[in-house]
Design a protein. Structure first.
Length: 222
């Protein structure tokens, strides 16, 4: 597993998503062949608020995305945010299957945990793109492949599996998926510029690193 590139998450900026629309397409983002599913444009909340932390002892303030868009952004920032949306969307497809077919209670609980993190992140990332006048991935986009994403055959096998076989396929597939996300985060440490995009990358790295550890332990228990 890649090492922590960003260190501890700072408390400066935290994205808060209000709602999440349906997921199910993929993104071309104009940057090569990437695969997976993404939420429809309705899921991209243009006015998702941003909670910006104050100085020590001061209260946090809620500001609009446009007010938060003050840092210059690079193509690395845009590529990361754009590609992470369909990457997250496929993870939500997998967690939906886990809620329906998972047997081990901790597998189902983990699926819900992943949903609670990645659903709002999709909305926040869509808001980031909208604020900067960049294209948000659509459900109608052609399919693409990105680091760690499951192939159509793997997704089909997961959808048909039941019982302990499902749990094992879900865990091994999601570990692969999370490891791919950590690979996608790496360029942000050296080339990211926008504070919000960097914060999102830090959050992905911290959250998914912990979840990989949890899933590896669960696999040993099955």
């Amino acid at each position: 597993m890649p090492g922590r590139r960003f260190g501890l998450i700072t408390s400066g900026v935290v994205l808060v998503a209000i709602s999440l629309g349906g997921c199910g397409g993929s993104s071309d983002a104009g940057h090569g062949d990437h695969g997976g599913h993404s939420p429809s444009p309705a899921a991209a909340t243009q006015s998702a608020p941003v909670v910006q932390g104050g100085a020590p002892g001061e209260a946090a303030a809620t500001i609009s995305p446009s007010a938060a868009a003050t840092d210059p952004w690079t193509q690395t920032d845009a590529d990361f945010v754009t590609m992470m949306i369909p990457h997250h969307a496929q993870a939500l497809e997998m967690t939906r299957l886990a809620r329906e077919h998972g047997v081990h209670p901790e597998v189902v609980s983990l699926a819900k945990r992943i949903e609670s993190a990645q659903g709002p992140e999709i909305v926040a990332m869509s808001g980031w793109l909208n604020t900067r006048g960049l294209r948000v991935p659509r459900a109608s986009d052609p399919a693409h492949t990105m680091a760690g994403m499951l192939t159509p055959d793997q997704m089909s096998e997961l959808g048909k599996a039941r019982g302990e076989k499902f749990d094992r396929l879900f865990l091994t597939g999601m570990i692969q998926h999370h490891q791919g996300a950590l690979e996608m985060v790496e360029p942000m440490a050296a080339q990211g510029s926008d504070a919000l995009a960097i914060e999102m990358a830090m959050d992905v790295e911290a959250t998914q690193s912990v979840e990989i550890d949890i899933m590896e332990k669960l696999l040993q228990e099955l």
